[in-house]
Ligand binder design. Structure first.
Ligand code: NAI
Length: 335
């Protein structure tokens, strides 16, 4: 029987990017995922050689294949170039950033019952990069919130809740201070919530959410929020389940989808062979589910669940004594 293969664009990134990309591609191959790959190096090192952070043929590949697996890319702080992540999200209007944080029985944390999915608006808010120097001592940054962008992310959160049988969607905001911008996001939330009478809708101020998340994370279900809060709060949810090495994500737009770990390029451990590939692997599972290869995704998720209790093969961030390679070998053995 011939299986139709789908071609995926892969951006290898830098820091631990190349290590976790190799790890995940090995596992996808071992799981017999019916995929072909077009792999590109992107980032500062590529710029030094070619004059472009993302080469034209890499963009063209994504425009053809529409699905990308992207490993982390370093962004300089302060001066230098605009984040390539933000560039990709805006260029392809990947407006919905979905970040599921779920406790795993094998990873010991004080919070065994976390099951939170963050829907982060991905294209506006303070991330539009409109900053203006007023004088030597003053800088302004624009926070843009639009009805259109708020509507589509909030609707996606409710649709997700409906399809996945989730009980509650919480809007996270700061409308007590940012009365117009977050006020607009919040009013759109309540308008759309009215169309989903079977799903509980509540709203909370972002600082209170952070406190409740570290005290009673099990009370949260689906969260939806503007870009900046989504960036911060979702990292917090990764801490609840065992760290950044365990938080995958999807960036979805109309027709395009990019899957990546939430963590960055981890320069402090790059090249040491100890990067945890789980978040990137689970991102690949989200990608497989997006292209309706559910069985392969389930097979990989099961192999990871069977691997996580074996601390001798896990990477140090999970309290293990192993390396990226021992972890990958074990997942492949379980497959
Ligand atoms: P980071 O997420 O790279 O690292 C934070 C901490 O978590 C570090 O101690 C790191 O060693 C650890 N960590 C992260 N991923 C890990 C993994 N898979 N296994 C084991 N430990 C892991 O955040 P940081 O250091 O603030 O950012 C480094 C660079 O990455 C920056 O240039 C930043 O802009 C960029 N970045 C890129 C992202 C992307 O490409 N999507 C997302 C976030 C940051």
């Amino acid at each position: 029987m011939s299986v139709k293969t789908k071609t995926i664009t892969v951006f290898r990134g830098d820091g631990i990017g190349p290590e976790i990309t190799a790890a995940v591609l090995r596992i996808l191959q071992a799981a017999k995922a019916p995929l072909d790959y077009e792999v590109f190096d992107v980032g500062a090192a590529v710029y030094e050689k070619s004059g472009a952070f993302i080469p034209d043929d890499a963009f063209a590949s994504f425009e053809k294949n529409k699905v990308m697996l992207k490993s982390p890319i370093t962004t300089p702080i302060g001066g230098g170039f605009r984040s390539l992540n933000v560039t990709l999200r805006t260029k392809y209007d990947l407006y919905a950033n979905i970040r599921p944080a779920k406790s795993n029985a094998a990873v010991r944390t004080p919070f065994p019952n976390v099951d939170i999915v963050t829907f982060r608006e991905n294209t506006e808010d303070l991330y539009i990069g409109e900053e203006e120097k007023i004088d030597d001592d003053t800088v302004h940054a624009v926070k843009r919130i639009t009805r259109r962008a708020s509507r589509r992310i909030i609707r996606d959160a409710f649709e997700y809740a409906k399809v996945h049988g989730r009980r509650k969607v919480t809007c996270v905001h700061k409308a007590n201070i940012l009365k117009q911008s977050d006020g607009l996001f919040l009013s759109v939330f309540h308008e759309i919530a009215g169309e989903y009478p079977g799903i509980e809708a509540d709203d909370k101020i972002v600082d209170a959410v952070c406190m409740h998340l570290v005290m009673h994370p099990e009370t949260f279900d689906v969260l939806v929020m503007p870009n900046l809060y989504g960036d911060i709060v979702s990292d917090l949810t990764s801490g609840l389940i065992g760290g950044l090495g365990l938080l995958p994500s999807a960036n979805i737009g109309d027709g395009y989808a990019m899957f990546e770990a939430v963590h960055g390029s981890a320069p402090d451990i790059a090249g040491k062979g100890i990067a945890n590939p789980t978040a990137f692997l689970w991102s690949a599972c989200m990608m497989l589910e997006y292209i309706e290869e559910n069985e392969i995704a389930a097979k990989i998720r099961k192999a990871v669940d069977e691997t996580l209790p074996n601390t001798s093969v896990l990477t140090p961030d999970l309290g293990g004594k192993g390396t990226t390679e021992t972890y990958v070998n074990e997942v492949i053995a379980k497959l």
